[in-house]
Design a protein around this ligand. Structure first.
Ligand code: AMP
Length: 413
């Protein structure tokens, strides 16, 4: 693979796989453009070098071929605005043309791509209008590959999928003509730093609703972390497994043994698992519920734990404060409701404070990212990952096909 930042794109047509899978409202306005803005520096670097850019992405989950709702044409104007906003570099601001091809393969896409001039951008139609994309079809990948002479993967959000445009396509480019974009590179570097070069103490904060979603990540972290904080709905399965009374809190009864196994393994490996000492409990799952604070293992019948309590916040704050590496995935409570957001907010603030003291912190997973954004702390942590599922799989210890395909040695092609 080549290093993107060292590559001179002058005269090249860069085929860039981006993750423009952004949420749209009913009028097709983008409600959160984080994924688009995150990849703009990659596009601008190619253009500034004197190259042209062909962008390919999926949007949503179209089932039966082309559908207006999932057309990438809705993104042309916002993309134009992002590329031409007077931002960082004056020379790339103001005059970048953005073309749209209403297919991602075929003669129109091919012709427009071939006529693209340096400094111009072509956005292709939704890759998932073809079933071949998700199937990882080789012929489809090869067709896509003909559109550019350099392949750049900047779509960390889909790096865990072995799709035609994210993985299979890489083999149609020589090793020096395929590379990670700037976003992908930062994502991989941050994840590698936490997984392979973590300075200790290393604290992982795992929250969210379901234990079953997080078992593999916890098991992998048992090999690496010093402390694992478990909060959110999933904590109650652990608390019940230990013999606690959890009322009607979220619980996966078929995972009680798994929870016990994890607690036992942690002991053997000298990893401290921290469950919330107390909880904010509610008499119903609703924003206007009555609330009280109780020990997490003594929740009365009919009540449920919807946030970590003040004692837990204090203990977690101390652990986070002495950590040198922090990984955070999943909220500590139902932070979408005001009454149950204090725990998640406090943890976000602890992570920010530890980061200010020199810790490296990586936040990932849709809801924890939403939480740091909500509390305006995104720029106070070291890195906020754009890839929920991809990040989770990376920390489960899986090889991500999108990463492996770029790194693959030429001799193995
Ligand atoms: P996940 O997608 O598994 O990371 O879970 C995120 C969701 O878990 C958020 O929507 C939270 O509202 C929810 N959640 C967090 N804590 C609790 C809890 N104690 N009880 C029920 N749901 C929770």
């Amino acid at each position: 693979m080549s290093k993107f930042s060292d590559f001179n794109f002058a005269g090249h047509k860069a085929l860039i796989r981006v993750d423009f899978n952004v949420p749209l409202d009913e009028q097709f306005n983008i409600t959160d453009d984080t994924r688009m803005t995150a990849t703009i520096p990659t596009i601008k670097k190619v253009l500034a070098d004197g190259g042209s850019v062909i962008l390919m992405s999926h949007l949503g989950r179209p089932k039966d071929g082309p559908t207006d709702k999932y057309s990438l044409k809705h993104l042309v104007k916002p993309l134009y605005a992002l590329l031409n906003s007077s931002g960082d570099s004056a020379e790339s601001a103001g005059n970048t043309k953005v073309f749209f091809a209403d297919d991602c393969v075929g003669s129109q896409a091919g012709l427009t791509a071939s006529m693209l001039r340096p400094g111009e951008v072509l956005l292709l139609e939704n890759l998932r209008f073809y079933k071949e994309e998700e199937k990882g079809d080789e012929a489809f990948a090869e067709k896509l590959s003909k559109l550019g002479d350099v392949y750049v993967n900047d779509a960390f959000g889909t790096a865990h999928r072995a799709h035609a445009s994210t993985a299979v396509i890489a083999k149609y480019f020589a090793a020096d003509k395929r590379m990670f974009g700037l976003l992908m590179n930062d994502e991989v570097k941050s994840a590698e730093k936490v997984l392979h070069e973590a300075e200790k103490p290393f604290c992982a904060i795992i929250g969210g609703a379901k234990v079953s979603d997080k078992i593999l990540i916890i098991e992998n972290l048992l090999e690496r972390a010093t402390d694992i904080i478990i909060g959110g709905g999933m904590a109650y399965t652990f608390l019940k497994a230990r013999g606690g009374k959890i009322g009607s809190s979220l619980c996966e009864d078929d995972r009680l043994q798994t929870a016990l196994d994890i607690l036992e393994k942690a002991k053997q490996k000298n990893v401290s698992i921290h469950l919330p000492e107390d909880s904010v409990i509610a008499d119903k799952f609703a924003a206007d519920a009555n609330t009280e604070v109780r020990p997490s293992d003594a929740i009365p019948d009919g009540w449920m734990g919807l946030d970590i309590g003040p004692k837990a916040v204090g203990i977690f704050n101390e652990i986070i404060g002495k950590s040198k590496t922090i990984l955070w995935n999943g909220p500590m409570g139902v932070f979408e409701m005001e009454k149950f957001q204090a725990g998640t907010k406090a943890v976000a603030e602890s992570v920010a404070a530890a980061t200010a003291n020199g810790a490296f912190s990586l936040v990932g997973g849709g809801d924890s990212v939403a939480a740091v954004n909500k509390f305006h702390l995104a720029d106070k942590v070291s890195y906020v990952s754009t890839g929920g599922g991809a990040m989770l799989e990376y920390f489960e210890g899986k090889v991500l096909p999108g990463i492996a395909a770029i790194k693959e040695k030429e001799s193995q092609e």
